[in-house]
Write a protein that binds this ligand. Structure first.
Ligand SMILES: C=C1C[C@]23C[C@@]1(O)CC[C@H]2[C@@]12CC[C@H](O)[C@@](C)(C(=O)O1)[C@H]2[C@@H]3C(=O)O
Ligand SMILES: O=C(O)CCC(=O)C(=O)O
Ligand SMILES: [Fe+2]
Length: 375
């Protein structure tokens, strides 16, 4: 079996379990491919008519689709490329490193392979993630200042050289590279600043989008600024390795997002699917655009007008896929209350919601979500 992903004994048991035979046989792998509504945010600056039309189109997409894609969003393409490069570097590290306590000085559980609470193929995610809060990002070890870069050499030679030179070894994570059949090692240099820069830009964009979407709902100006800040949000970097097991369906299991809205940058590989009008459809990837989706809190706040759609990522046999999701969340104490009456949902705080998810995932392997908070 492949050395990657780490094939935990537990996963093996799930995989081989005969109780899953029924689930294996229900695998359907032909899906209609759709293009998400495309919103050009450049129109916001053209004039009052174009601006109003752009906001209305966005609100319609949030209500009818729960998902849309945006271009001219203000996040430089060059920054998105750098983020992707950092992400690739992080995930290239050996599993042993990534799963160490204090990997990059992060809090426990920031790095995860799959979902440790999976109980069956139905809730097993074939992906690895690095989930970062802003606090995590600011404390992250930065391996930026290592110089000079070591020349490519046979591994033993590099290790010997490094122990002789004055590079601070504990600061240095080593990754393996195969070059012309020769295993070499080089320092892993992480540019924390790129991740910080991206999180800051994504936060500005998320707030703008949330405010535009609030305009026709009577939500007071300042609502998002007062309740959300970069430190209440998080960035989740996902890597979906090729999956050699045809009975494993999901790169990430079906779920709705626990936030107001999510901004996702994804590569050209594809695999994201949404459940639209009861049917799963595949989203045509557009690496030039960012995907935006409404989360549970905006569905509750808008009293059901905007839709937090169930979505998933399908495991891919051949290709590896990367994505990065920025979750625009309020502080834990924020109470979410519908903007109109009669409200579909009872008032709840983010803290209450999170605790309910934790309980449900522990008990059943699944997040139940908003339906728990219906009146
Ligand atoms: C196993 C799970 C973790 C998760 C809830 C779930 O049942 C399925 C999806 C996961 C996800 C993805 C988006 C958000 O990061 C998240 C907080 C959510 O609402 O659904 C996570 C959940 C989690 O990590 O607890
Ligand atoms: O990878 C994607 O396209 C989506 C990821 C996602 O849904 C998530 O991280 O919550
Ligand atoms: Fe999601």
């Amino acid at each position: 079996m492949a050395t990657e992903p780490p094939f935990f004994e537990k996963y093996k048991a799930i995989f081989q379990s005969s109780a899953d035979e029924k689930e294996k046989s229900t695998m359907v792998d032909v899906f209609e491919e759709i293009e998400l509504p495309l919103i050009d945010l450049g129109h916001l600056n053209l004039g009052p008519f174009e601006r109003r039309e752009c906001i209305e189109t966005m609100a319609r997409a949030a209500a009818e689709w729960g998902f849309f894609q945006i271009v001219n969003h203000g996040i430089p393409e060059e920054l998105l490329d750098r983020l992707n490069q950092e992400q690739v570097k992080v995930f290239q590290q050996p599993f042993g490193k990534k799963s160490e306590d204090k990997f990059l000085n992060l809090s426990a559980q920031s790095y995860r392979w799959g979902n440790p609470l999976a109980t069956s193929l139905r809730n097993l995610s074939w992906s690895e993630t690095l989930h970062l809060s802003l606090k995590d990002i600011s404390k992250m070890d930065e391996y930026n200042n290592l110089s000079p870069r070591l020349p490519l050499q046979p591994a033993a030679y590099v290790v010997a050289t490094m122990s002789l030179c004055h590079v601070s070894l504990p600061m240095c994570l080593i990754s393996n590279h195969k070059t012309n059949g020769m295993i070499t090692q080089e320092p892993f240099c992480l540019a924390r600043s790129t991740i910080e820069e991206y999180a800051a830009e994504a936060n500005v964009l998320a707030q703008r989008l949330a405010e535009h979407l609030a305009q026709n709902l009577g939500i007071r100006a300042g609502y998002f600024r007062e309740n959300c800040s970069p430190s209440s949000c998080s960035l989740r970097m996902n890597r979906y390795p090729p999956c050699p097991y045809s009975s494993i369906k999901f790169g990430i299991v079906p779920h709705t997002d626990t936030d107001f809205l999510t901004i996702v940058s994804q590569d050209q590989v594809g695999g994201l699917q949404l459940k639209r009008n009861g049917r799963w459809v595949s989203v045509k990837p557009n690496p030039k655009a960012l995907v935006v989706n409404i989360g549970d809190f905006y569905q509750a706040l808008s009293n059901g007008k905007y839709k937090s759609l169930t979505h998933r990522v399908i495991a891919n046999r051949e290709s590896e896929r990367y994505s990065a999701a920025y979750f625009y969340c309020p502080t834990y104490e924020t109470v979410i209350e519908s903007c109109s009456k009669p409200s579909l949902y009872r008032r709840f705080s983010f803290k209450e919601y999170r605790e309910q998810i934790r309980k449900d995932v522990k008990a059943t392997g699944d997040k139940v979500g908003l339906s728990r908070f219906l009146w």
